[in-house]
Ligand binder design. Structure first.
Ligand code: ATP
Ligand code: MG
Length: 405
């Protein structure tokens, strides 16, 4: 045992009821994305490092300290994807998916960030992701948020999860707000965390997203975006919130909400809960109208969100593995082939079934009872004849018998 390699820190092996919860999240997402007519896409798990560096922003936490980057044997700098959006944007541009615009896309899979592992925070984690690319109307933001809301409802975790929403305004808004934040935080520079002193020069909006208590004290009274919103930006946000009201999606204004990545404009949002301790954000996203240009593409409005599957699964809680419809117990090994034939027939007709054919034949029936299937079908030899007996509800037993004849 001592010679067995350990798993990498911050990775998880998921099994049993936890794996069922994980699968339930993914299956529900698949169902909901079809209801909303989002198309599936699969992207590579790694990209050229510049895909992330140019789009997410060099000064963000993700790019400056969390990426798994390495040189491959050909000397190219590659990075394991820390998020989906940049790779999707790259795929959109390189494949000419513009022809499908506006394009509603959904995907899910593993992401990699070098973070300090703790409950709800891992180095390999998994996300659900939904994007609407090539749509500049506030209607797209509403559509995307309505889908997120329905997902949480169908996962039965909507109670206790709140949608917090903000606008970051347009380019002019951001510039004016940024100048005001530099002035405000500049006056107390020495009292900020080291990270935020650094952010003050490079990316002052990010101070608002700081989790450091030294910064939080000042964030509360920082200038708010509302003072700087252009009337066009105000109208856009108004259309988003009235659309949410029309769709019956509850929301809360969060005037200092900014997102950790640089590319957001206008709408920014998070679904948060207090049921997961410090890792309370389960789903986050916003509008990223500037992203495609940072990758050398044409100006392309887009909006998207990502949700941590592990965090959603923690809210869902452990889920029991479903029991089988039928267990077939082979009480005489000469009947093994008959049992396999019956098993195959049932499964081909959509009945979940398993075989009990190992260990002492006399103990197999009791083992099957303990393992708990709706119905048990036992095959034995009695006086040189094949004998089949059933245990279970009459109606279900006759249904199974019917499928076998
Ligand atoms: P946080 O503030 O918790 O670090 P973030 O802003 O970095 O989150 P996003 O990049 O917006 O997160 O990712 C969207 C979602 O993915 C998060 O809301 C969270 O549910 C999940 N997530 C992000 N990082 C991790 C991680 N290291 N482990 C598990 N889930 C994560
Ligand atoms: Mg993070």
């Amino acid at each position: 045992m001592s010679n067995t390699p350990k798993a990498i820190r911050g990775t998880q092996d998921i099994f049993g009821p936890d794996a069922e919860a994980f699968a339930f999240v993914v299956e529900t997402f698949e169902r909901v994305r079809k209801l909303y007519r989002f198309r599936r896409a699969e992207m590579p798990v790694f990209e050229k490092t510049e895909v992330f560096a140019r789009s997410i922003g060099e000064t963000t936490d993700v790019v400056s300290k969390e990426m798994y980057s390495f040189e491959d044997r050909g000397g190219d700098s590659l990075t394991l994807r820390p998020e989906f959006t940049a790779g999707i944007a790259r795929a959109y541009l390189t494949n000419g998916w513009q022809q499908h615009a506006p394009l509603k896309l959904a995907t899910h899979g593993p992401l990699f960030r070098y973070e300090r592992p703790q409950k709800g925070r891992y180095r390999q984690f998994h996300q659900l992701d939904a994007e609407i690319i090539g749509a500049g109307e506030p209607q797209a933001d509403v559509e995307l948020l309505a889908m997120a809301d329905q997902l949480l409802r169908e996962l039965c975790i909507a109670d206790g999860v709140t949608l917090q929403i903000n606008t970051l305004g347009d380019g002019d808004t951001r510039a004016a707000w940024r100048a005001a934040l530099i002035e405000y935080f500049g006056a107390v520079r020495g009292e900020l965390s080291e990270d935020s002193q650094d952010r003050l020069d490079k990316n002052p909006l990010r101070i608002l997203d700081s989790k450091d208590p030294r910064d939080k004290a000042f964030v509360a009274d920082a200038p708010q975006v509302d003072e700087f919103l252009s009337s066009a930006a105000q109208d856009f946000f108004g259309a988003v919130t009235s659309g949410l009201d029309a769709a019956g999606v509850a929301w809360e204004r969060a005037p200092s909400l900014v997102r950790g990545l640089d590319y957001y404009r206008h709408t920014a949002f998070e679904f948060v809960t207090d049921r997961l301790g410090a890792q309370g954000t389960v789903l986050g996203g916003g509008r990223y109208d500037g992203l495609m240009e940072s990758l050398g593409g044409p100006a392309t409005p887009a909006v998207g969100w990502a949700a941590g599957i592990e965090r959603l699964a923690m809210l869902v809680g452990e889920r029991e593995e479903a029991s089988a419809d039928v267990f077939i117990v082979v009480e005489d090994d000469t009947l093994l082939d008959d049992s396999i034939a019956a098993l195959t027939r049932l499964r081909r007709q959509g009945v979940s079934a398993d075989l009990f054919a190992s260990g002492s034949p006399r103990k197999r029936f009791d083992k099957a009872v303990k393992a708990g299937a709706e119905t048990i079908m036992a095959l034995a030899m009695r006086d040189g004849e094949k004998a089949v007996r059933f245990k279970g509800e009459d109606a279900e037993v006759s249904r199974i018998e019917g499928l076998l004849t």
